[in-house]
Design a binder for this molecule. Sequence first.
Ligand SMILES: [Zn+2]
Length: 195
Amino acid sequence: MYSRYEWVEYSVKEDAVYCFSCRHFAKSAVRKGEILGSRTFIDRGFCKWSDQHALLEQHQESEWHQSSMLAWANFRDVAAGKQTSTASQLSAGRSTEVKENREHVKALLRATRYLGCQGLAFSGHDKSPNTENRGNFCAFLKEMTEIDDNLKVKMQRRYGHYLSPVYQNDLIRVFGDRVRKTIVDEVKVANFFPS
Ligand SMILES: [Zn+2]
């Protein structure tokens, strides 16, 4: 299921499926006929296992979900330092938002680079939302809010802080790709490679 639907998040506790993309990147407005707090895949998990294939497909095809997937892809492009095709078409106001988001992603990348270089674990043992210690990644960013007011504002937004393990893995992958590319480039220009 995870390979077919990259957006699926599974809650062991609830034995239910959520949509990572819609939970974090969908527009905040509620769609017609829906009630905030009871949206399937977003506020409450999906657990009708007998109908799962049809309903997962239906969710995947929905316009709402597809726009959230675009926003998620855009986040990953920004994290990877790629220029987005839509960025050049944005209004001045939106450009400011994009600029702020890029600064925020830079802070996330800084935390990722620091922990990676030091060989430190990203998350802690206790993953419950109310835990006092959410691991090194969150602790590092929290420290940075002491000297970065913009980061502080972002971190206080419900879906604006991008701290979940899925984001952390995306950020680690960005560095992994960069390191691999650097090594490959160095090997390509080397006159010989010692065995
Ligand atoms: Zn979705």
